[in-house]
Design a binder for this molecule. Sequence first.
Ligand code: SF4
Length: 210
Amino acid sequence: MLQPGQAPVQSASERREALKSVWAAARVCVRCPELASARAHVVFGAGNADADLMFVGEAPGANEDAQGLPFVGHAGKLLDRLLDEIGLARGDVFIANTLKCRPPGNRDPQPIEIENCREYLYRQVELIEPSVICTLGNFATKLLRDDPTGISRVHGRPEVLTLGSRAVRLYPLYHPAAALRAGAVLEALRADFARIPDLVAMPAPPQPPR
Ligand code: SF4
């Protein structure tokens, strides 16, 4: 019997249907008027709706906005290669961004926009139920860790924290775009990637009481 305040456990198909409802709401979202009027697509995220491993970047760029998919430019191709090197493909993971709409001119997301969009990301995490979330780059790492420490100091260091109502193992990584610009960053990113299978194989962190 459910305890007071305890949410019912949902099956994978129930969670997938609920995720589709969140997607339906996001695709017509106008909470950020400037972004909503400038975007070609809401880039909700893509991949396996029941993935143990999730990646979270900053916001869609021009290619992503045009195609409606996350990480489809050069950085996305590198991400595909790194996944392949650890025996994974996009269909095994879920890839999303902290912000679902492209900031015009690729400007930094504004705090109100991040706040507006946070609920979508948290609902994704709650419904996909990943055990490991890799943040890609400084922006997503600082936001999800709620800490200003830069990616060069925290990359490759997993920690357990709670996003929305879900406890996950957060694993900060350099952004693939940064790795395309500097060989040393690519080496570090590749070394951090190599540890992902072991992290995913660990038991999921205990969940907070609901
Ligand atoms: S960025 Fe997020 S909250 Fe803002 S309009 Fe797009 S979907 Fe809505």
